[in-house]
Design a protein around this ligand. Structure first.
Ligand code: 6GU
Length: 247
Protein backbone atom coordinates (compact mmCIF):
# COMPACT_ATOMS: atom_id res chain seq x y z
CA UNK A 1 0.00 0.00 0.00
CA UNK A 2 1.26 3.44 -0.88
CA UNK A 3 1.06 6.53 1.32
CA UNK A 4 1.82 9.98 -0.11
CA UNK A 5 2.34 12.58 2.63
CA UNK A 6 2.25 16.23 1.53
CA UNK A 7 3.83 18.56 4.05
CA UNK A 8 5.91 21.69 4.49
CA UNK A 9 8.11 19.67 6.87
CA UNK A 10 8.99 16.31 5.32
CA UNK A 11 12.07 16.12 7.55
CA UNK A 12 9.77 15.91 10.58
CA UNK A 13 8.09 12.80 9.14
CA UNK A 14 11.11 10.99 7.70
CA UNK A 15 12.69 9.64 10.91
CA UNK A 16 9.53 7.91 12.09
CA UNK A 17 8.82 6.08 8.86
CA UNK A 18 12.47 5.02 8.59
CA UNK A 19 12.55 2.94 11.75
CA UNK A 20 11.11 -0.20 13.28
CA UNK A 21 8.05 -1.85 11.77
CA UNK A 22 7.49 0.73 9.05
CA UNK A 23 11.10 0.38 7.98
CA UNK A 24 10.75 -3.39 7.74
CA UNK A 25 7.41 -3.16 5.96
CA UNK A 26 8.91 -0.85 3.36
CA UNK A 27 11.98 -3.05 2.90
CA UNK A 28 9.62 -6.00 2.36
CA UNK A 29 7.70 -4.03 -0.27
CA UNK A 30 4.46 -4.14 1.72
CA UNK A 31 4.31 -0.42 2.33
CA UNK A 32 5.64 2.57 0.40
CA UNK A 33 5.68 5.91 2.22
CA UNK A 34 6.56 8.92 0.04
CA UNK A 35 7.14 12.38 1.46
CA UNK A 36 6.50 15.44 -0.68
CA UNK A 37 7.46 18.98 0.20
CA UNK A 38 4.57 21.29 -0.70
CA UNK A 39 7.05 24.17 -1.02
CA UNK A 40 8.65 22.42 -4.03
CA UNK A 41 5.36 22.96 -5.86
CA UNK A 42 5.00 26.65 -4.97
CA UNK A 43 5.60 28.97 -7.94
CA UNK A 44 7.94 31.97 -7.94
CA UNK A 45 11.39 32.70 -6.67
CA UNK A 46 10.29 32.74 -3.04
CA UNK A 47 8.04 29.67 -3.23
CA UNK A 48 5.48 31.21 -0.92
CA UNK A 49 3.06 28.70 0.56
CA UNK A 50 0.97 30.89 2.87
CA UNK A 51 -0.65 34.31 2.86
CA UNK A 52 -2.84 36.63 4.94
CA UNK A 53 -6.51 35.81 5.26
CA UNK A 54 -9.03 37.74 3.14
CA UNK A 55 -11.19 39.77 5.46
CA UNK A 56 -8.34 40.34 7.87
CA UNK A 57 -7.70 38.85 11.25
CA UNK A 58 -4.56 37.19 12.50
CA UNK A 59 -2.66 34.19 11.27
CA UNK A 60 -1.70 32.88 7.88
CA UNK A 61 -3.56 30.61 5.48
CA UNK A 62 -2.09 27.91 3.23
CA UNK A 63 -2.41 29.01 -0.38
CA UNK A 64 -4.34 26.74 -2.72
CA UNK A 65 -1.93 26.68 -5.67
CA UNK A 66 1.04 24.87 -4.08
CA UNK A 67 -1.21 22.25 -2.52
CA UNK A 68 -3.22 21.60 -5.72
CA UNK A 69 0.02 21.49 -7.74
CA UNK A 70 1.68 19.07 -5.37
CA UNK A 71 -1.22 16.65 -5.10
CA UNK A 72 -2.14 16.76 -8.79
CA UNK A 73 1.45 16.31 -9.91
CA UNK A 74 2.09 13.35 -7.66
CA UNK A 75 -1.27 11.61 -8.06
CA UNK A 76 -1.68 12.65 -11.68
CA UNK A 77 -4.27 15.21 -12.72
CA UNK A 78 -7.72 14.02 -11.96
CA UNK A 79 -6.28 13.46 -8.49
CA UNK A 80 -8.91 11.63 -6.55
CA UNK A 81 -9.80 9.50 -9.58
CA UNK A 82 -9.18 5.79 -9.51
CA UNK A 83 -5.56 4.81 -10.36
CA UNK A 84 -7.00 1.97 -12.44
CA UNK A 85 -10.58 1.78 -13.58
CA UNK A 86 -11.41 -1.14 -11.29
CA UNK A 87 -9.91 0.28 -8.11
CA UNK A 88 -11.41 2.66 -5.57
CA UNK A 89 -10.34 6.30 -6.01
CA UNK A 90 -7.33 7.41 -3.96
CA UNK A 91 -8.60 9.25 -0.88
CA UNK A 92 -7.10 12.72 -0.45
CA UNK A 93 -7.23 13.35 3.25
CA UNK A 94 -6.60 16.68 4.96
CA UNK A 95 -5.23 16.46 8.47
CA UNK A 96 -6.95 19.17 10.44
CA UNK A 97 -8.58 19.58 13.85
CA UNK A 98 -11.85 20.15 11.97
CA UNK A 99 -11.90 16.64 10.53
CA UNK A 100 -13.83 13.66 11.84
CA UNK A 101 -11.97 11.95 14.64
CA UNK A 102 -9.72 9.13 13.49
CA UNK A 103 -10.35 5.73 15.05
CA UNK A 104 -9.78 2.01 14.48
CA UNK A 105 -12.80 1.67 12.23
CA UNK A 106 -11.49 4.41 9.93
CA UNK A 107 -8.07 2.70 9.97
CA UNK A 108 -9.70 -0.52 8.69
CA UNK A 109 -11.57 1.40 6.05
CA UNK A 110 -8.41 3.14 4.79
CA UNK A 111 -6.45 -0.14 4.80
CA UNK A 112 -8.71 -1.38 1.98
CA UNK A 113 -7.25 1.22 -0.39
CA UNK A 114 -4.28 0.64 -2.66
CA UNK A 115 -3.09 4.16 -2.03
CA UNK A 116 -3.94 7.18 0.13
CA UNK A 117 -2.78 10.80 0.12
CA UNK A 118 -2.37 12.73 3.37
CA UNK A 119 -2.13 16.51 3.27
CA UNK A 120 -0.75 18.21 6.38
CA UNK A 121 -1.92 21.67 7.35
CA UNK A 122 0.20 24.32 9.04
CA UNK A 123 -0.52 27.92 9.94
CA UNK A 124 -4.15 28.74 10.66
CA UNK A 125 -5.40 26.27 8.11
CA UNK A 126 -6.12 25.61 4.47
CA UNK A 127 -7.71 27.92 1.96
CA UNK A 128 -11.28 26.63 1.88
CA UNK A 129 -11.02 25.75 -1.84
CA UNK A 130 -8.55 22.98 -0.97
CA UNK A 131 -11.16 21.54 1.32
CA UNK A 132 -13.98 21.93 -1.20
CA UNK A 133 -12.33 20.93 -4.46
CA UNK A 134 -9.31 18.75 -3.68
CA UNK A 135 -9.86 16.84 -0.45
CA UNK A 136 -12.12 13.83 -0.30
CA UNK A 137 -12.00 13.58 3.50
CA UNK A 138 -10.70 15.40 6.59
CA UNK A 139 -9.34 13.72 9.68
CA UNK A 140 -8.40 14.91 13.15
CA UNK A 141 -6.69 12.74 15.75
CA UNK A 142 -8.46 14.19 18.76
CA UNK A 143 -9.82 17.23 20.50
CA UNK A 144 -6.69 19.29 20.98
CA UNK A 145 -4.76 21.57 18.65
CA UNK A 146 -1.33 20.73 17.24
CA UNK A 147 1.00 23.06 15.35
CA UNK A 148 0.53 21.00 12.21
CA UNK A 149 -0.90 17.84 10.71
CA UNK A 150 2.42 15.95 10.49
CA UNK A 151 2.05 13.98 13.71
CA UNK A 152 -1.53 13.17 12.76
CA UNK A 153 -0.47 11.91 9.31
CA UNK A 154 2.15 9.66 10.91
CA UNK A 155 -0.46 8.29 13.28
CA UNK A 156 -2.76 7.46 10.39
CA UNK A 157 0.08 5.79 8.42
CA UNK A 158 1.13 3.77 11.45
CA UNK A 159 -2.38 2.62 12.39
CA UNK A 160 -3.24 1.67 8.81
CA UNK A 161 0.08 0.03 7.88
CA UNK A 162 0.03 -2.36 10.84
CA UNK A 163 -3.30 -3.77 9.60
CA UNK A 164 -1.81 -4.86 6.26
CA UNK A 165 -1.07 -8.58 5.94
CA UNK A 166 2.55 -9.37 6.81
CA UNK A 167 3.41 -6.02 8.37
CA UNK A 168 3.33 -7.27 11.96
CA UNK A 169 5.67 -10.18 12.67
CA UNK A 170 3.04 -11.92 14.78
CA UNK A 171 1.00 -14.32 12.58
CA UNK A 172 -2.22 -13.36 14.39
CA UNK A 173 -1.32 -9.80 13.41
CA UNK A 174 -3.68 -7.10 14.52
CA UNK A 175 -6.64 -9.48 14.87
CA UNK A 176 -6.88 -9.55 18.63
CA UNK A 177 -5.95 -5.97 19.31
CA UNK A 178 -7.88 -4.04 21.80
CA UNK A 179 -10.42 -2.06 19.79
CA UNK A 180 -10.40 -4.72 17.08
CA UNK A 181 -12.45 -6.75 19.55
CA UNK A 182 -14.05 -3.62 20.90
CA UNK A 183 -12.40 -4.17 24.28
CA UNK A 184 -9.23 -3.07 26.01
CA UNK A 185 -6.50 -5.66 26.31
CA UNK A 186 -6.04 -8.04 29.21
CA UNK A 187 -2.87 -7.67 31.36
CA UNK A 188 0.33 -9.11 29.90
CA UNK A 189 3.27 -10.59 31.81
CA UNK A 190 6.65 -11.99 30.86
CA UNK A 191 9.64 -13.40 32.77
CA UNK A 192 10.63 -13.28 35.57
CA UNK A 193 7.74 -14.99 37.39
CA UNK A 194 8.55 -12.85 40.40
CA UNK A 195 9.94 -9.32 40.29
CA UNK A 196 10.57 -7.34 43.49
CA UNK A 197 8.18 -9.67 45.22
CA UNK A 198 5.38 -9.10 42.68
CA UNK A 199 4.22 -12.43 41.30
CA UNK A 200 2.70 -13.23 37.94
CA UNK A 201 -0.91 -14.46 38.42
CA UNK A 202 -0.81 -18.23 39.14
CA UNK A 203 -3.32 -18.99 36.43
CA UNK A 204 -0.88 -17.84 33.71
CA UNK A 205 1.73 -20.36 34.77
CA UNK A 206 -0.81 -23.16 35.40
CA UNK A 207 -0.54 -24.53 31.84
CA UNK A 208 -4.37 -24.71 31.61
CA UNK A 209 -5.01 -22.93 28.32
CA UNK A 210 -8.77 -22.94 28.72
CA UNK A 211 -8.55 -21.27 32.09
CA UNK A 212 -5.98 -18.77 30.81
CA UNK A 213 -8.25 -17.79 27.91
CA UNK A 214 -11.22 -17.32 30.24
CA UNK A 215 -9.19 -15.27 32.71
CA UNK A 216 -7.91 -13.04 29.93
CA UNK A 217 -11.39 -12.48 28.55
CA UNK A 218 -12.63 -11.61 32.04
CA UNK A 219 -9.76 -9.20 32.64
CA UNK A 220 -10.38 -7.49 29.30
CA UNK A 221 -14.07 -7.13 30.13
CA UNK A 222 -13.50 -5.81 33.65
CA UNK A 223 -10.80 -3.41 32.54
CA UNK A 224 -12.96 -2.08 29.73
CA UNK A 225 -15.90 -1.56 32.09
CA UNK A 226 -13.69 0.31 34.56
CA UNK A 227 -11.76 2.47 32.09
CA UNK A 228 -13.90 2.74 28.98
CA UNK A 229 -17.55 2.00 29.77
CA UNK A 230 -18.41 3.67 26.43
CA UNK A 231 -16.57 0.88 24.58
CA UNK A 232 -18.19 -1.86 26.62
CA UNK A 233 -21.63 -0.53 25.78
CA UNK A 234 -20.95 -0.97 22.07
CA UNK A 235 -19.12 -4.31 22.34
CA UNK A 236 -21.03 -7.45 21.33
CA UNK A 237 -21.11 -9.50 24.55
CA UNK A 238 -22.03 -13.16 24.88
CA UNK A 239 -23.97 -14.72 27.75
CA UNK A 240 -20.66 -16.04 29.03
CA UNK A 241 -19.18 -12.52 28.93
CA UNK A 242 -22.09 -11.30 31.10
CA UNK A 243 -21.28 -14.06 33.56
CA UNK A 244 -17.60 -13.12 33.61
CA UNK A 245 -18.64 -9.54 34.37
CA UNK A 246 -20.84 -10.77 37.20
CA UNK A 247 -23.97 -9.28 35.59
CL1 6GU B 1 -4.96 16.51 12.15
N1 6GU B 1 -3.98 18.81 12.96
C1 6GU B 1 -3.77 19.74 13.89
N2 6GU B 1 -3.11 20.84 13.56
N3 6GU B 1 -4.18 19.62 15.15
C2 6GU B 1 -4.83 18.50 15.45
C3 6GU B 1 -5.10 17.50 14.55
C4 6GU B 1 -4.65 17.67 13.28
N4 6GU B 1 -5.78 16.52 15.16
C5 6GU B 1 -5.92 16.92 16.41
N5 6GU B 1 -5.37 18.11 16.60
Amino acid sequence: MRFDIFTLFPEVCAPYVQESILKRAQAAGLVDVRLHNIRDYAPGKHQVTDDEPYGGGGGMVMKPEPVFNAVETVLGSGAGDAPEASKAPTPIILLTPQGRTFNQEIAYELARHERIALVCGRYEGFDERIREHLATDELSIGDYVLTGGELAALIVVDAVARLLPGVLGDPTGAEDDSFAMGLLEYPHYTRPAEYRGWRVPDILVSGDHGKVARWRRQQALLRTRRRRPDLLERAPLSKDDRKLLGD
